[in-house]
Design a protein around this ligand. Structure first.
Ligand SMILES: Nc1ncnc2c1ncn2[C@@H]1O[C@H](COP(=O)(O)OP(=O)(O)OP(=O)(O)O)[C@@H](O)[C@H]1O
Length: 355
């Protein structure tokens, strides 16, 4: 039976360096949570603490109602998959998958049927007799997944399981992991530094920065309403437009935007930044009549980058700052949005933060 994970006030240090700083986290029963963050932010440390591969200096970890942080790893009911497969090279695929069942002293018939079932689930039923080095990277990672799931753990932890694989296989295996998790309904936590992977797999995404979880929410909220500038910039591309408050409005890069409620008390002159995603800038060709149109700021396209279905436009604003906008390829073609053209820009969706 799958269970929730409740991490309470976890702190972990390497010598003087704090790797995890009072982290609390509740992963619901059956939920798929993605932990996203840059290298060194403490993602793996958090997973290792849950798995029991390291121990914290402070805090508690519960699986369901049971406190597990004092238990050895094999008593925690957790399946773990690492980045680098970590299969036993001298054992066959079947023996690798059977490993966790053998150390739990399961009977031979039980082991055989469970190994067959798992190899079928991960689509490797014909490979049981092979050694890991006779398999591709993607196949080895499927074996690792089967091995982790064989003892029917309550929880599955995945530490960058796809990052050693090439792009095509990674996408394929990502889909497989997602559908397998849905089918089994097992509480799962994946650690990744890849935003697309986190968004595609996670029901919710927890973003970490320097040993802390700075935001947790569904992918759309994380993307469209980032809690901090760090989250906004880490998750996808974003324009940072500097400006200030004047007459109870925000003036940035030639745009005049309403002052958001949470900044209402700030005095005139306070420096602010508007964070605008490239696809949330609307771009129109600016003939002379459109210059200075209400709510728009004008500039000149300095160069474009062809991205297949989309076109990236790099625009130098008359006001001095540069921005990047993304438009559908068809629009760029129809309107001839090329280097040297003058354009008027509006911000459709944005966030204002203090500088
Ligand atoms: N064995 C160790 N000794 C000392 N410091 C360590 C050790 N392991 C990790 N750290 C430090 O602890 C912090 C968190 O490391 P952790 O491996 O959890 O980060 P991460 O987010 O998983 O990074 P990555 O994505 O690069 O694996 C980092 O600053 C790292 O340098």
């Amino acid at each position: 039976m799958t269970r929730s994970i409740d991490v309470r006030d976890l702190t972990m240090k390497y010598g003087q360096a704090t790797a995890l700083d009072h982290v609390s986290l509740l992963v619901e029963q059956g939920e798929f949570l993605a932990i996203l963050g840059p290298s060194g932010c403490g993602k793996s440390t958090l997973l290792n603490l849950i798995a029991g591969l390291q121990s914290a200096v402070q805090g508690e970890i519960y699986v369901g109602e049971q406190r597990i942080d004092g238990l050895p790893p094999q008593k925690r009911g957790i399946g773990f998959v690492f980045q680098n497969y970590a299969l036993f090279p001298n054992m066959t695929v079947g023996e690798n998958v059977a490993f966790g069942l053998k150390i739990r002293k399961a009977g031979g018939a039980v082991i055989d049927s469970r190994v067959a079932e798992l190899l079928h689930i991960v689509n490797l039923q014909d490979q049981a007799h092979k050694k890991p080095n006779q398999l591709s990277g993607g196949q080895q990672q499927r074996v690792a997944l089967a091995r982790a799931l064989a003892p029917k753990p309550d929880i599955l932890l995945l530490d960058e399981p796809l990052s050693a694989l090439d792009v095509k296989i990674r996408q394929h295996l990502r889909n497989e992991i997602k559908s397998l998790q849905r089918k089994l309904g097992i509480t799962t936590v994946i650690v990744t530094h890849d935003q697309e992977e986190a968004f595609e797999l996670g029901d919710r995404v927890a973003v970490m920065e320097q040993g802390k979880i700075v935001q947790i929410g569904d992918p759309e909220t994380i993307y469209q309403a980032p809690a901090t500038e760090f989250v906004a910039c880490f998750v996808g591309n974003i324009n940072r437009l500097a400006g200030g408050i004047k007459n109870s409005q925000v003036h940035v890069a030639g745009l005049v935007l309403p002052l958001p409620a949470q900044l209402r008390d700030l005095p005139a002159g306070t420096a602010v930044i508007a964070l605008v995603r490239p696809e949330n800038l609307s771009v129109e060709l600016a003939d002379d009549g459109a210059e200075g149109a209400a709510g728009a700021t004008c500039g000149t396209i300095s160069h474009t980058v062809f991205l297949g279905p989309l076109m990236q436009l790099h625009i130098r604003l008359d006001e001095g700052q540069t921005v990047m906008a993304i438009v559908p390829q068809a629009k760029a073609r129809q309107e001839n949005l090329t280097a040297g053209r003058r354009v008027a820009l509006r911000a459709d969706l944005y966030q204002i933060v203090r500088a």
